[in-house]
Design a protein around this ligand. Sequence first.
Ligand code: GLU
Length: 368
Amino acid sequence: MASLTQAKRLVVKIGSALLVDKATGALRSAWLHGLAEDVAWLKAQGTQVVLVSSGSIALGRGALKLPESDLALEQSQAAAAVGQIRLARAYEEALAPHGIITAQVLMTLEDTSDRRRYLNSRATFEQLLSLGAVAIVNENDTVATDEIRFGDNDRLAAQIAATIGADQLVLLSDVDGFYTANPQDDATATRYACIEHITADIEAMAGDAGSGLSKGGMKTKIMAAKAATAAGCAMVICEGSGMRPLSALENGANCTWFTATLDPQTARKRWIANMKPKGGVTLDTGAVRALLDGKSLLPAGVKSTIGAFERGDPVAINDPDGHQLGLGLIRYTAQETRTIQGHQSHEILDLLGYSGRAALIHRDDMAL
Ligand code: GLU
């Protein structure tokens, strides 16, 4: 079975019930320090780590003395606003003794579904990871209203994993895996050790029970598994309340793995290759050679621009004879591309009035 130390890029989702004591509403700080030790251990092995943590509403609710359940949307948003600073500070205090810099990233559904914002958040995560920081991600609950929110951090974590090209996603939960039936009502229920294909039967087995503090039940975990594995990221569900939950998982604790058949890079290239282009760019021969050598496309290599497209749209990449070499997600609009095509990247500021990204299409964003 997969080992966490094999992961190059690991996303760990932490549910509210693990971080916040249900009875008192207080942070489980000894547990958090154990988790920080696990993160330090994984980083020392060369694994990049991103944490998706719930708990802002649970922490804020305690502080504001709001009732335990049935909060109105604006009450949860107020609780999140109060709880989120406590949450981020708690992580920072737990990780700092290990020499780890903590970052806070608050996301909305649009940040992963709108392609332009998706590319921006991807670039930011890339930068944070290359600088060795650990991002603590949560939904931006104070601005997300019901129709436009993830609502649960299982799916948010899967979207983050897909966005950053993680190869493993751990859901630390209050259940130790995925069962044939709800083990609380059915004594014959058995846990799957590994699920290779999420069939309709598996989906039908996922009940919908949450645990009071956390939002996601098994149904959202299966949705998360589908999104993660389609993006080439293996996912594991395990019980996380013990003191060093990631070490415990590595040492063989109960869990259910969902395997991915593709690696994240291949999955991402296929995803791009299947898009319908909104326009195109025609390159000179030097740029074609550079692309085939694995380089990004710079404005200097573009001879002409076809059609109307927005930032983040898929465009066809054509050779000088007009044959399509592949597709890529472009970082400028068609109008901007026409203005900067044939020019050096350092001229972008003068030509457009602002300095955008040096590459028109980044090499990770193209499928040739
Ligand atoms: N974003 C919510 C919070 O931090 C949690 C959502 C969830 O439990 O999945 O409180």
